[in-house]
Design a protein around this ligand. Structure first.
Ligand SMILES: Cc1ncc(COP(=O)(O)O)c(C=O)c1O
Length: 388
């Protein structure tokens, strides 16, 4: 029997045809598919602008730069996320700190944020930017975060790498209603994929212009942005130090085709999530509490086991049975790179308690009902062995 991964892409004949059409066209990169993908995502999410880049890590990096994050600045995020959510600040030379998570939603804790802000105000070191992460596809409580941002004067960049297709307060994740910008990832395990790929959404025209420049070497071809007179139509100007963070048209075409399938992807993920809740409801574990104002896209299916000593044997037993579970996430500050920056153990107790008990089970569009039943059977057998 084939192994069952925790996540994987779904590629249809239409997806393949969309990529093939680009291969037969004049533009493999810097062509029309990029703008089409950007327009489609912006429209779908109700944001004014979208800027496509090579991956979400690049998106987070240029979003931070575009929001003028640099040396001496302070960026806060959560520990329960992929390292890219914090690394983007380090790329800009900024300092990073971590806000603990909520034990029930596994997302940023508003209580922890409020307490940390009050303390930071007393110490005179408030953050310049907060990066809330919509863990596993469920939006953070953005209205409350936005009002704290207003009160304390920090920017908000949503890391929605897990969350395209979800909604918060009746609006799609990505609308930027409560933030300066939102980032999506299109890595193959995510909800839609372009192979690699990322996007920054914003409603701010000046930020959009800056992002367009930063993704392409800091260069502009827009006469309105150039310094002095252009010598001729061949001229471009490099106005700042940017990067080659461009997406290709091959990737963008795949992204467009996948976006057409987003509703179907999310519907299946929601059905599977509900089926997991039902099938595991009598066991000593819990899953993320869903807040009434959110309708998550559910990128990950995380169970939090009651006892930390069960996690490793469960991981090993399930893998031995061909169920390739994973763990999301070890608190970022436990990574050696962050430890050597001075973050102490115990910094975020809820994130640490969560990590010791967390297991991600298979969740993806093409997970069949038979494979789902196999996962549940393997899980129940393994837990009865491990917890006995
Ligand atoms: C929360 C989060 N942020 C950022 C990233 C980085 O995404 P990418 O692989 O597209 O650079 C990931 C990828 O796993 C992620 O899970």
């Amino acid at each position: 029997m084939a192994d069952i991964p925790y996540g994987r892409q779904s590629i249809s004949d239409d997806d393949i045809a969309a990529v093939e059409a680009v291969l037969r066209s004049d533009w493999l990169t810097q062509g029309p598919a990029i703008e089409r993908f950007e327009r489609m995502v912006a429209e779908r999410c109700g944001a004014r602008y979208a800027v496509a880049v090579s991956n979400a890590t690049a998106a987070l990096h240029i979003a931070c730069l575009g929001m003028d994050i640099g040396p001496g600045d302070l960026v806060w995020t959560v520990p329960n996320t992929f390292v890219a959510s914090a690394n983007c600040a380090r790329y800009c030379g900024a300092d990073v700190d971590f806000v603990d998570i909520d034990a029930d939603t596994f997302n940023l804790s508003l209580d922890a944020l409020r307490a940390k802000l009050a303390q930071a105000e007393r110490l005179g070191r408030l953050p310049d930017l907060l990066i809330p992460v919509h863990f596993a596809g469920q939006s953070c409580q953005m209205a409350e975060i936005a009002s704290l941002a207003e009160r304390y004067g920090f920017g908000v960049l949503e890391d929605a790498s897990h969350a395209i297709g979800g909604s918060y307060g009746g609006a799609p994740v990505g609308s930027c209603r409560h933030s300066d910008a939102v980032v999506f990832s299109f890595h193959p395990v995510k909800i839609i994929t372009s192979g690699e790929g990322g996007m920054v959404l914003t409603n701010d025209p000046a930020l959009r212009q800056r992002l367009l420049r930063l993704r392409s070497h800091g260069i502009t071809r827009d006469a309105g942005q150039m310094q002095g007179e252009a010598e001729g139509d061949w001229c471009y100007q490099q106005l700042e130090l940017g990067y080659n963070y461009r997406l290709t048209d091959l990737q963008a075409a795949l992204g467009c085709s996948q976006l057409e399938r987003l509703d179907a992807f999310v519907a299946r993920r929601r059905r599977l999530q509900a089926a997991y809740r039902n099938a595991l409801s009598d066991l000593p574990l819990r899953m993320a509490r869903q807040l009434p104002e959110t309708d998550p896209a559910w990128h990950l299916l995380v169970v939090r086991l009651e006892q930390p000593q069960w996690r490793k044997p469960m991981f090993d037993a399930l893998r031995a049975r061909g169920v390739l579970v994973n763990v999301h996430y070890q608190p970022i500050y436990q990574q050696p790179y962050y430890r050597q920056l001075g973050f102490p153990p115990g910094l975020c107790p809820e994130a640490e308690a969560y990590y010791q008990r967390a297991l991600s089970l298979p969740l993806y569009f093409d997970l069949s009902d038979e494979a789902f039943d196999r996962v549940i059977a393997a899980f129940r057998t393994s837990l009865s062995e491990v917890a006995s």
